[in-house]
Design a protein around this ligand. Structure first.
Ligand code: 13P
Ligand code: SF4
Length: 348
């Protein structure tokens, strides 16, 4: 068996620095962070909860974000000028976010609006994207959403314009469209590598929801076959998955929702319940440890290597160089426009 790393020295020093800095320091941790990191944080949550917290805590001078780059960037945009945001490892990115480049998004937008005309589409970007795409949405009358408020964001967009263009997760977009009562024919996938996204002008005009061809490699690993096998072994179990999973998987599950939704779903379940979870493995394992009276199982092991890049060693380095090491910077122009799109989400 692989030996667990011993971080006791680092953890002791982190705790010492934390008590020294007191309210000046805020450590935010995403639900997918490893156990040791979550235990050291001041607040844990899903992307939405963490962005709310970053926007609300004016007392902290230093926010250390234990998550991935797009989350820390959003915290930087929402925080005040007296605050710094650090990400313990700047290489902690997101594969899905990398699937939408701002130049390509801009070019696709030009192509689509050439066919459809101006003021026909509301652009909506998932939190899991670069700040430049959030700025693009702010500039074009759109907003940001997370997995916990995607239906409200789509409704907001469709109240204002006829169509929604959603970047970059086609699965969250499709699952949201279905949840809102749209049929598969109402939704098209836009492949940015092809002219006009690989669709005809007619289907573009007919569609209500345009889905960017992006996906999460961690969540698309969950397959219908995993659900079938688990249902056979545990016929009384409940299955809950993240909406970044494939449509068929979400359809077969008992429930789907953000990481925070999953945490609450497990908490609310009766003692003795068996719950099978389709999301990142660190969260599933922690839920198992925190709910010993329930049987918590994984639908299939799937780890996000980017989330796993944050560890007590690099967290300690950020704290030793507080406000200086691995600080997230966003240009003022991007901050302004992306801030508009993020504030629209927070106001939903
Ligand atoms: P949540 O918004 O549900 O926390 O999800 C973030 C994420 O990156 C899921 O892969
Ligand atoms: Fe990105 Fe997927 Fe990791 Fe979430 S789980 S941070 S979407 S790669």
């Amino acid at each position: 068996m692989k030996k667990q790393a011993d971080y006791s020295r680092e953890i002791a020093e982190i705790q010492r620095i934390k008590s020294q800095l007191g309210e000046k320091l805020l450590i935010l941790t995403h639900h997918y962070q490893r156990r040791e990191i979550v235990a050291l944080g001041d607040y844990r949550g899903d992307s939405f909860g963490l962005s709310q917290r970053a926007a609300a805590d004016a007392k902290a001078r230093h926010i250390v974000f234990c998550g991935v780059h797009f989350m820390a960037e959003s915290a930087e945009i929402l925080s005040g000028p007296h605050q710094t945001v650090q990400l313990p490892d700047k290489e902690a990115g997101c594969w899905m976010a990398d699937m939408a480049d701002s130049y390509v998004v801009e070019r696709s937008w030009q192509e689509a609006t050439k066919v459809l005309g101006e003021n026909v589409i509301t652009p909506i970007v998932y939190m899991n994207a670069d700040a430049s795409i959030k700025a693009f949405c702010g500039r074009h009358g759109g907003l940001v959403c997370t997995s916990s408020n995607a239906p409200a964001a789509f409704a907001w967009g469709l109240e204002r314009r006829e169509k929604v263009f959603f970047f970059p997760d086609q699965h969250l977009g499709r699952n949201t469209g279905h949840q809102m009562g749209f049929s598969p024919e109402d939704m098209i996938v836009w492949d940015p590598s092809k002219p006009l996204g690989g669709v005809s002008a007619e289907s573009l005009k007919r569609a209500r929801i345009l889905l960017w061809d992006g996906y999460c490699l961690v969540h698309t690993r969950f397959q219908v076959a995993h659900i079938e096998a688990m249902r056979e072994r545990y016929p009384d179990a409940k299955i809950v998955v993240h909406p970044e999973c494939l449509r068929e998987v979400v359809q077969m599950a008992d429930a789907a929702g953000s990481t925070d939704f999953i945490v609450k779903y497990v908490r609310k379940a009766s003692p003795g319940a068996t719950i099978i979870i389709g999301t990142e493995i660190n969260l599933v394992k922690r839920l198992g440890a925190e709910n010993p009276d329930k049987n918590i199982l994984t639908l299939h092991d799937s780890l996000c290597p980017n989330m796993y890049k944050i560890n007590p060693q690099n967290l300690l380095l950020s704290l030793r160089h507080i406000g200086k090491k691995n600080v997230i910077h966003v240009s003022e122009s991007i901050k302004k426009e992306a801030g508009v799109a993020l504030e629209r989400m927070l106001a939903l």
